[in-house]
Design a protein. Structure first.
Length: 95
């Protein structure tokens, strides 16, 4: 089974805590494995050219920035990425 690499990038404040809770809930509900990393580094925000935070990055792909993402929406992202990764190299062509 694929282990997702999930990053929450921003100024580690209440918004990032909320996003982290939603990510952990989504992972648990789907029974997936993931490495979750919260990055509170303005230089990293600049390096990745993020316009707004918090940003949600799954396996190196920015899936959301500048808004909160619900646990249900994160589950949707993860289901889609799981489905695509199960069908060859479609994942790299999607983004």
């Amino acid at each position: 089974m694929h282990t997702f690499d999930i990053e929450i990038i921003g100024t580690y404040n209440e918004n990032c805590h909320f996003m982290e809770d939603n990510v952990l809930t989504a992972i648990a509900k789907l029974g997936l494995t993931a490495k979750v990393n919260c990055i509170a580094d303005i230089e990293e925000v600049k390096r990745r050219r993020l316009r707004c935070t918090p940003a949600l990055v799954i396996d190196g792909r920015i899936v959301s920035q500048g808004r909160q993402v619900s646990s249900k929406k994160i589950q949707s992202f993860l289901r889609e990425l799981t489905h695509l990764s199960d069908h060859g190299d479609f994942l790299s062509r999607m983004f």
